[in-house]
Write a protein that binds this ligand. Structure first.
Ligand SMILES: *[C@@H]1O[C@H](CO)[C@@H](O)[C@H](O)[C@H]1NC(C)=O
Ligand SMILES: *[C@@H]1O[C@H](CO)[C@@H](O)[C@H](O)[C@H]1NC(C)=O
Ligand SMILES: *[C@@H]1O[C@H](CO)[C@@H](O)[C@H](O)[C@H]1NC(C)=O
Ligand SMILES: *[C@@H]1O[C@H](CO)[C@@H](O)[C@H](O)[C@H]1NC(C)=O
Ligand SMILES: *[C@@H]1O[C@H](CO)[C@@H](O)[C@H](O)[C@H]1NC(C)=O
Ligand SMILES: *[C@@H]1O[C@H](CO)[C@@H](O)[C@H](O)[C@H]1NC(C)=O
Ligand SMILES: *[C@@H]1O[C@H](CO)[C@@H](O)[C@H](O)[C@H]1NC(C)=O
Ligand SMILES: *[C@@H]1O[C@H](CO)[C@@H](O)[C@H](O)[C@H]1NC(C)=O
Ligand SMILES: *[C@@H]1O[C@H](CO)[C@@H](O)[C@H](O)[C@H]1NC(C)=O
Ligand SMILES: *[C@@H]1O[C@H](CO)[C@@H](O)[C@H](O)[C@H]1NC(C)=O
Ligand SMILES: *[C@@H]1O[C@H](CO)[C@@H](O)[C@H](O)[C@H]1NC(C)=O
Ligand SMILES: *[C@@H]1O[C@H](CO)[C@@H](O)[C@H](O)[C@H]1NC(C)=O
Ligand SMILES: [Cu+2]
Length: 571
């Protein structure tokens, strides 16, 4: 190459580089750096001081606050006593499964004394998501909000709120969560229930130990606030409300929705987020904010209510008693469904949707709680068996080498690619009495393999095996459109005729109704290894999960990014 040509070539490269830089500057996209230090911290809750694993000693953990399309580097240092991983819940991570986080799915744990810097690539997400540990039950105390503001030069699709509040609903166990799940998996019994729910780390004053420390949200009369609500609880969906204040839901799972006006409660599953506008238009007073479990299954659960106070600024004598919201009763499946059915995409010019219409891959997947047979009824679950759970009757066995590495390096014997597109056996999934044999799943590390850009439909079918209940299903690496739902068994001939293809909500987690079904669609345009699981932690621990591998497309731009130099090693 002559000198002149070379100069022109370099000039061209320079131009390409500069124009790239200029266009990203015009959109104001930024790179952020956060340091997370995982360590044991002493906390006092429910009259008991105990050590919990936290990020930077805070529960809930630090807030990540960025703009749409930014990139975040989080240096996670583990100063604790066992291996942990961190997941960015609701971040699609285009082509970047390396930093998604689920233990032994995309990485092995970050060992004590070591660090892992995770690159979190934001794309279309806008609104509220969260981050949490994704190792055993560590997420009980290791989680925090992840707020994504509109990109520079754009605004909310509703009037700018006067202020913003973040509500993280958590679940508090007096015992050690790692011991609790270990003990339950060994014995096969139901998992110990928690002792309280929390709002921003406080159980609230229905628990006398939290009487003085109940969380207070201060508001000015006449102003409107954007409440970003995250359900970080482990095992229970929640009904949430604020006394005498209407909730206007404007977003969920970092996507805007058509405003749901004047609802007096929301139902929010573990894993979901709701962006809610609240106008402080009542007489200046204290008002209870409350969250109570929604559980329509048969298992024992923590039936307590967590509270906080919405407190108007000013001089006045608060009412006694303080007004309390009226929430649906704990097993009101209809109230839960009635709320979920209100979710519809904004589907505007500025926030368009792209629902796949020509489905090239259909998967019908059953969701069940199961049992594993124990000789001589030697286990502590029902009938002397062990409790288990499955998708399509396969109880997922987590490997000891991460599936991403095994896939990338073609390592044998880590997983198999034979997760079926249909259940092995059709029966009346939602019958009052299902055949006994359906209780017992097969065990395996079976994954779903999708071609790049396939238009996928998954129908999740709740079953009454053991007993039915609402399951909040979550998919990593994507958000998906909820196109249909119904009770009983899905009918693949008639039910698709009633799909909503014009404004279905775009979410990353959704409650599949008890003894009902839910159909979702997505375009498989994100190559990688993506975990799919129930976000009720004990179900996930029992095997209610699988993995979706999306193959590379034909170009570099449609392939998984090169791996980072150092991934945490597997032992
Ligand atoms: C937003 O973009 C404008 C140019 O369009 C720029 O002047 C400004 O600094 C940007 N603000 C931020 C916070 O990035
Ligand atoms: C966490 O703590 C470290 C060390 O004290 C500090 O450098 C870092 O900024 C903190 N991170 C956050 C997100 O607050
Ligand atoms: C927590 O407090 C207990 C006493 O209440 C103490 O024994 C323990 O060392 C403390 N742990 C940490 C990590 O500070
Ligand atoms: C945690 O931090 C302390 C203080 O810096 C250090 O002495 C200890 O070795 C660290 N432990 C781990 C497991 O990183
Ligand atoms: C679980 O609950 C049982 C019964 O209350 C109790 O004996 C056990 O210690 C608990 N396990 C843990 C790890 O807290
Ligand atoms: C909390 O404190 C208030 C007074 O400060 C008292 O009236 C109320 O009974 C207490 N509630 C509980 C559950 O202890
Ligand atoms: C809540 O919404 C209903 C229905 O629009 C309305 O009648 C009521 O006045 C609203 N209440 C408050 C407190 O804004
Ligand atoms: C849960 O608590 C509510 C209100 O205290 C009560 O009505 C209901 O019966 C309780 N449910 C269970 C299953 O304990
Ligand atoms: C639907 O997809 C199939 C398979 O990719 C293709 O052959 C067909 O032309 C598509 N139909 C429409 C209407 O796009
Ligand atoms: C992940 O693999 C490691 C070994 O690399 C193993 O110690 C750990 O128990 C596995 N985790 C899970 C959740 O199976
Ligand atoms: C399945 O069982 C349910 C509940 O008993 C019943 O209502 C329904 O009719 C049954 N469906 C079929 C196809 O038998
Ligand atoms: C439709 O459902 C029937 C069972 O009701 C099943 O046998 C058949 O394979 C399904 N068809 C497709 C295309 O999934
Ligand atoms: Cu579940």
């Amino acid at each position: 190459m002559g000198l002149e040509k070379c100069g022109i070539f370099l000039g061209f490269l320079g131009f390409m580089f500069l124009s790239g830089l200029l266009s990203s500057m015009a959109q104001g996209k930024k790179v952020h750096y956060y340091d997370f230090i995982l360590r044991e911290t002493n906390f006092t809750k429910l009259c008991r001081t105990k050590s919990i694993l936290t990020v930077n000693d805070s529960f809930p953990g630090p807030v990540i606050r960025v703009h749409k399309g930014d990139t975040v580097f989080v240096n996670v240092h583990n100063n604790g006593t066992y291996g942990v991983t961190i997941h960015w819940h609701g971040v699609k991570q285009p082509r970047n499964p390396w930093f998604d986080g689920p233990e032994n799915i995309t990485q092995c744990p970050i060992q004590p004394g070591s660090s892992f810097t995770q690159k979190v690539i934001l794309s279309t997400e806008e609104g509220t998501i969260w981050w949490h540990a994704h190792s055993d039950w560590t997420r009980a105390t290791v989680h925090g909000a992840f707020i994504i503001l509109p990109a520079n030069g754009t605004s909310y699709p509703f009037p700018d709120p006067d202020g913003e509040k973040t509500i993280v609903i958590g679940e508090w166990f007096k015992g050690d969560v790692m011991e609790i799940i270990k003990e339950a998996l060994e014995s096969g019994a139901e998992v110990n229930t928690s002792d309280a729910f929390t709002i921003n780390g406080q159980p609230g004053d229905l628990h006398h130990c939290s009487n003085e420390t109940i969380y207070r949200f201060f508001v000015d009369y006449g102003k409107t606030y954007l409440f970003r609500i995250i359900n970080a609880a482990m095992n229970e969906e929640q009904f949430f409300g604020i006394a005498q204040h209407n909730l206007t839901v404007v977003g969920s799972d970092a996507a805007y929705i058509k405003p749901i006006s004047t609802t007096d409660y929301i139902m929010i599953t573990p894993g979901q987020t709701m962006d809610v506008l609240v106008t402080a238009n009542q007489s200046p007073d204290f008002y209870y904010i409350a969250s109570t479990p929604f559980v329509d299954g048969q298992a024992e659960f923590n039936n307590s209510t967590t509270t906080a106070i919405l407190q108007y600024n000013g001089n006045y004598n608060p009412s006694s008693p303080i007004p309390f919201p009226s929430l649906p009763s704990y097993n009101d499946s209809t109230a839960a469904e009635n709320f979920r059915k209100l979710l519809r995409s904004l589907a505007s010019e500025a926030h368009p949707i792209n629902v796949p219409l020509n489905i090239t891959r259909s998967i019908y997947m059953t969701i069940s709680v199961n049992q594993i047979y124990c000789e001589n009824a030697s286990c502590a679950g029902p009938d002397g068996n062990k409790l288990s759970a499955s998708l399509t009757n396969i109880s997922f066995q987590t490997p000891s080498i991460d599936i991403l590495q095994a896939y990338y390096k073609t390592l044998p014997h880590v997983f198999t690619k034979d997760f079926p597109d249909e259940p092995p056996d059709y029966f009346n999934f939602t019958a009052d009495h299902v055949p006994d044999y359906t209780n017992f799943p097969t065990l395996g590390t079976k994954v779903i393999v999708l071609d790049y850009n396939e238009s996928v439909e998954i129908v999740w079918q709740g079953t009454n095996v053991n007993s039915g209940e609402n399951h909040p299903m979550h998919l990593h690496g994507f958000s998906f459109y909820v196109v249909g739902t119904g009770s009983g068994n899905f009918d693949n001939k008639t039910d698709p005729k009633n799909y909503n293809l014009s404004d279905p909500p775009e979410v990353n987690t959704i409650g599949v109704p008890k003894n009902g079904w839910l159909a979702m669609r997505f375009l498989a345009d994100n190559p990688g290894v993506w975990y799919m699981h129930c976000h009720l932690e004990r179900h996930s621990s029992w095997g209610m999960s699988t993995v979706v591998i999306v193959k590379n497309g034909s170009t570099e731009d449609t392939s998984i990014l090169p791996p980072p130099k150092h991934m945490p090693p597997c032992s």
